[in-house]
Design a protein around this ligand. Sequence first.
Ligand SMILES: N[C@@H](CCC(=O)N[C@@H](CS)C(=O)NCC(=O)O)C(=O)O
Length: 208
Amino acid sequence: MAIKFYFSPYSSAVRTHWALEELGIPYEGVRMDLKAGDQKKPEFLKLNPNGKVPTLVDDGVPYFESAAINIYLGEKYGVEKGLWPKPGTHAYGRAMSWTVWAAASLLNAGTRLIYNVSKEIPDDAKNAVQAEGARKDFEGLLGLLEAELADKPFLTGQTFTLADVLIAADLWWYQMAIVPDLSPWPQLKAWTARCVERPAFKRISTPG
Ligand SMILES: N[C@@H](CCC(=O)N[C@@H](CS)C(=O)NCC(=O)O)C(=O)O
């Protein structure tokens, strides 16, 4: 098998797991026990020195960072299937913009918000002012997505691509963690529902 995929459910690996299922390419999944520290074992650190999932090995070459892995997979396996725009086109540039935006901007605000409001974080480690600022930033970014989706069903146009995967995977998780109600962003709410209804996502998001 050419592709080996190291993952853990309900983690950043969902982004890549979903992409692999959409692409319909064969891969061997290796479920990691993060609590047991599988990701810090020396043999795994040789594949991903960050000691994190997702990690993907294609033809013996290891890759890390979910956005980079998804772009790589999209370019290599997704163009002919209509799941990633052809490199060099404007659609490709737009898909890249949203993919990098998800990894850099949305994730930054979302992470700051989680660390300041999550029940998993001890109260004395949280800061109300930081939480307020992070929520303002995060909701502002959701507003950008809302505007982008006003005139089209998917981020890069009329068809679903891996650009939708990266952000919808995060929105699915954020809904469980910090924004249970997406009603203030009706386009975004409808788009998230459209994306997570896809059979590929259902296959990987069902607990087990
Ligand atoms: N920016 C990275 C984030 C990867 C990441 O933080 N993975 C977490 C799970 S959500 C992990 O493996 N944590 C284990 C650890 O840090 O020990 C990506 O998008 O791939």
